[in-house]
Design a protein around this ligand. Structure first.
Ligand code: OOG
Ligand code: MG
Length: 259
């Protein structure tokens, strides 16, 4: 695939996101590899940077055995969090979203850079200022939320919005693999999970992210927020929904979906 083709796909994904419009999978008409998909994702992030947006963090996706099996893959994927995805307060507007789903996540605020390869979970915990609960809204730009692995990587791993809990926790003394999480929508339990669902330990997922980024000379940076990967399955949401995720050790994060 030539650079011009990658740029074209990135531009289409960019407009689809900005206009809240779904597109058909690009792999329907052209085959591309996982590596080429990350090149497209990189182009998409460059488009946002040219629009004066900033990268504020990164995320891992497909980190549970169940999701990897579902997608037929053995390695998770990553994407970037941009400034406009970070929601202030506890309300997200449906405006500009296509078919959002919510996931309970464990987030890390980095106090130091993490440059792979060979980063371990212990390195991640040492570099972490705070751990906090988060709700991620994913919103695939593809029709019916259906995609192949290269498609979803090109689409920045469906990144859309993130809301963080307001209590920050130092990593010392936390047992992140043992954290149990319940995800409720309008009071009804829709998802259950534990920190161990994220590659055995959420910090192991962040370590893997740093090591995956190192393959293309990239790193995680001090001040960034990192989502380790969904602790629960992703649940479709609609206007009027009130979402609460309750975590052992970390507290609660809430979100209202508005029109
Ligand atoms: C890809 C993003 C998944 C996670 O935490 O697994 C993700 C998708 O399923 O659309 O954010
Ligand atoms: Mg996620």
């Amino acid at each position: 695939m030539i650079p011009e083709e990658k740029r074209k796909i990135a531009q289409k994904l960019s407009s689809a996101e900005l206009e809240g419009r779904e597109v058909t999978c690009f792999t329907d008409s052209v085959d591309f590899s996982v590596e080429e998909a990350y090149d497209i994702q990189n182009e998409l992030i460059n488009i946002r940077l040219q629009q004066s947006h900033q990268v504020v963090g990164a995320k891992m996706g497909l980190t549970s055995k169940a999701k990897m099996n579902q997608m037929g893959v053995t390695e998770p994927i990553y994407g970037y969090l941009l400034d406009y995805m970070h929601v202030n307060g506890d309300k997200v507007s449906m405006k500009g979203l296509i078919h959002p789903k919510v996931e309970a996540e464990i987030a890390f605020m980095l106090g130091e850079d993490l440059q792979g390869p060979d980063i371990t979970a212990d390195d991640v915990l040492r570099a972490t200022d705070f751990v906090l609960p988060a709700l991620e809204i994913i919103d695939s730009r593809y029709k019916d939320f259906n995609f192949t692995l290269p498609d979803v990587i090109a689409d920045n791993a469906s990144s859309s919005r993130v809301v963080y809990g307001t209590t920050l926790h130092r990593p010392e003394g936390l047992e992140l693999d043992l954290i149990g999480v319940t995800l409720r929508i309008n009071g009804e339990i829709k998802g259950l999970g534990s920190g161990a669902a994220v590659l055995g330990h959420p910090a192991a997922s962040v370590a893997m992210l740093a090591n995956m980024l190192a393959r293309t000379g990239k790193s995680l940076r001090k001040g960034q927020y990192i989502l380790a990967g969904a602790v629960t399955s992703a649940i479709q949401v609609k206007e009027g929904d009130y979402i609460t995720a309750t975590y052992d050790q970390l507290g609660t994060v809430e979100l209202k979906i508005e029109g």
